[in-house]
Ligand binder design. Structure first.
Ligand SMILES: C[S@@+](CC[C@H](N)C(=O)[O-])C[C@H]1O[C@@H](n2cnc3c(N)ncnc32)[C@H](O)[C@@H]1O
Length: 117
């Protein structure tokens, strides 16, 4: 994720280093956000997943990783939209899930900058 994807968007890396608010849609057990939180200690991260057991796992993983002060998780159906606004919205291995178009429309950025693989 970091070497192959994030490194191709130096402007995103620069903003993460300065400190921004990041949302991860369909965060699962929180793996991606925990990696990012360790790399970018000035940024804040919120993971959303519609499966409560995943959110519990993600919270436990963030506690174990020592980043729970900057990484939080909420049970949310992102297809209904995200509660709040974020500087960066990521989603990994999720858009193939049911109703991908509705999910994408609900989390779409309001600016013109996107970083896709
Ligand atoms: C294949 S897992 C990927 C988890 C994580 N992103 C990763 O890469 O390890 C897909 C996740 O998306 C979540 N998901 C699917 N549809 C969702 C929705 N509408 N809102 C929030 N989460 C959703 C599922 O509950 C599941 O945890």
């Amino acid at each position: 994720m970091v070497d192959d994807w994030l490194s191709t968007f130096p402007h995103v890396v620069e903003r993460l280093e300065r400190g921004i608010d990041v949302a991860d849609v369909g965060c699962g057990a929180g793996r991606a956000l925990i990696v990012l939180a360790r790399m970018f200690p000035r940024s804040r991260f919120t993971g959303f997943d519609n499966f409560p057991a995943q959110v519990e796992r993600a919270r436990a993983n963030a506690e174990k990783a020592g980043v729970a002060d900057r990484v939080t998780f909420e049970t949310v159906d992102a297809a209904q939209g995200l509660p709040g606004r974020y500087d960066l919205v990521t989603t990994f291995d999720v858009i193939h899930a049911e109703e991908p178009k509705r999910l994408l429309a609900a989390i779409r950025p309001r600016s013109t900058t996107t970083a896709t693989t």
